[in-house]
Design a protein around this ligand. Structure first.
Ligand code: NAD
Length: 458
């Protein structure tokens, strides 16, 4: 039986909360404290209404909370007690000064490092769980090991690869866990301590170990490659629309090539989420700062293609709806950046909403889990916006429906009933290609999928 280990996680967000819940669930020998400066978030973690929606999360938290999983705002005490400190604070894109709009804003991260330094009374392993620019651990080392108290901090990089919407599944059965450290005796010891935690449920051959810089860079690279596949297929979707090719057929045909593989080839209105934009822009900034202009331009084009796809979606709506949406009610089905999450950060739906409002549309947003976040995201936009949980009511009186999120719910609605309540001609813009387009057309809709020839009556 492994000895008791005290684990602390600073940052109780989309990553910190689920990751620590799974560690506590699978490692009965670990006592896991999760702390955050946001008292409301901690109160929600301690309640029956968790602050984030993830399939399976309630059950995992329910099993471990109060047993060996604790949520609190007492950061100082948490630091003192911990052997291993995961830092999972937000690292958004900088909005000011040097590198604004590209570089990672490391202020929360550095503040956390200084807090650890101020309150630690013994040696600690500090684990980078947040996604960070490559070589951040060097700065961490300098801050943490600048103390005059003889304390020794070993910095380890353990980036998180979970995807929102499947976080619990991803954490329970990860493709791999990556742990990077200095290749010194104390670095290797720290690496082993973190690996031993995961080994309680992850097969050892899936726990990849590397040097610190490889681990840090691998996370940015993974997100860049994933986003690149989406931008690649989205670029082809535009070509399909003008050539009568079908993007799903093209994706299937190329995805059966084992060198390419079938995943992440779904054309859509564009990728969103808190990570892809910021991590690619960060990669661009890092490449630029090393003078690697070609590398920077290459990755920047992935984000530019995504912006273009979002714009193109709205331009297509306008063009097909007689070049105006002013005063027209348009129902957005979905606002979350993907299905099975309430997270709306960088959602394509927000970009589409902004553009529709600029063209004076009356936008009605519907979503089964994301309306609270949608309210916050849209409150400063002005214009005519309504939030409506019931998709039937959202579509009633609308000229068009735009599917923004691939929630299963939208596949099973009674579109005959919906059509009967809409203005004519009625339009559906399927930004996720999840609906039965032929059937909708036969019902009487004008249907505009992504990357396919529209089915139109007008
Ligand atoms: N969301 C994802 O799908 C995902 C996946 C992999 C990696 N990541 C990375 O993980 C990190 C966290 O992402 P997230 O989505 O969980 O962010 P989040 O904004 O949901 O959570 C971060 C939390 O950190 C807290 N915090 C900030 N400074 C603090 C401090 N000094 N002390 C205590 N708490 C503090 C905030 O209050 C917030 O609750 C980011 O670097 C992100 O890039 C995110």
């Amino acid at each position: 039986m492994p000895t008791l280990v005290n684990v602390l996680c600073i940052g109780a967000g989309y990553v910190g909360g689920p990751t620590m819940a799974v560690i506590a669930d699978r490692c009965p020998h670990a006592r896991v404290n999760v702390v955050d400066v946001n008292a409301a978030r901690i109160a929600a973690w301690n309640s029956d209404s968790l602050p984030i929606f993830e399939p399976g999360l309630d059950e995992v938290v329910g099993r471990a909370r109060g047993r060996n999983l604790f949520f609190s705002t007492d950061i100082e005490c948490g630091i003192r007690d911990a052997d291993i400190i995961f830092v999972s604070v937000n690292t958004p894109t900088k909005t000011f000064g040097e590198g604004a709009g590209r570089a990672a804003d490391l202020q929360y991260w550095e503040k956390t490092a200084r807090q650890i330094l101020a309150h630690a009374d013994g040696d600690k392993v500090v684990v980078e769980k947040s996604t960070l620019p490559v070589r951040t651990a060097q700065a961490m080392d300098r801050i943490l090991n600048s103390n005059a108290r003889g304390l020794r901090f070993e910095v380890v990089s353990n980036p998180e690869f979970l995807a929102e919407g499947t976080a619990i599944q991803d954490l329970l059965q990860p493709d791999r866990v990556l742990i990077g450290s200095h290749e010194t005796p104390s670095g290797l010891r720290a690496r082993r301590a973190v690996a031993d935690l995961y080994a309680s449920w992850v097969p050892r051959e899936r726990i990849i170990q590397s040097n610190l810089w490889s681990a840090e860079l691998s996370k940015l690279t993974a997100n860049a490659f994933l986003a690149q596949r989406i931008s690649s297929i989205n670029s082809i979707s535009a070509l399909c629309e003008v050539t009568e090719a079908d993007v799903d057929e093209v994706a299937y045909a190329i995805g059966t090539d084992s060198r390419i593989g079938p995943r992440f080839l779904k054309a859509s209105v564009g990728f969103g989420g808190s990570c892809f934009h910021k991590d690619i822009l960060n990669l661009v900034y890092i490449a630029e700062s090393y003078g690697l202009t070609e590398v920077a331009r290459y990755w920047e084009s992935v984000v530019r293609m995504n912006d273009w796809q979002e714009n193109r979606f709205v331009r297509r709506m306008l063009a097909s709806m007689f070049n105006t949406v002013a005063g027209k009610r348009i129902a957005l089905f979905g606002f979350a950046f993907k299905a099975n999450t309430g997270d709306t950060r960088e959602s394509a739906a927000l970009a589409v909403t902004r553009q529709l409002l600029a063209d004076r549309a009356h936008v009605v947003i519907s979503d089964p889990k994301a309306l609270d976040n949608a309210r916050i995201d849209t409150e400063s936009l002005g214009g005519h916006i309504e939030l409506e949980p019931d998709p039937y009511r959202a579509a009633s009186g609308a000229h068009a429906i735009a599917v923004m999120t691939e929630w299963d719910l939208y596949k099973t609605l009674d579109y005959g009933r919906i059509l009967a309540s809409m203005e004519r001609p009625a339009f559906i813009f399927d930004g996720r290609n999840i609906l039965d387009h032929q059937r909708l057309f036969e019902l009487g809709f004008n249907v505009f999928p992504i990357g396919k020839t529209p089915l139109r009556h007008v």
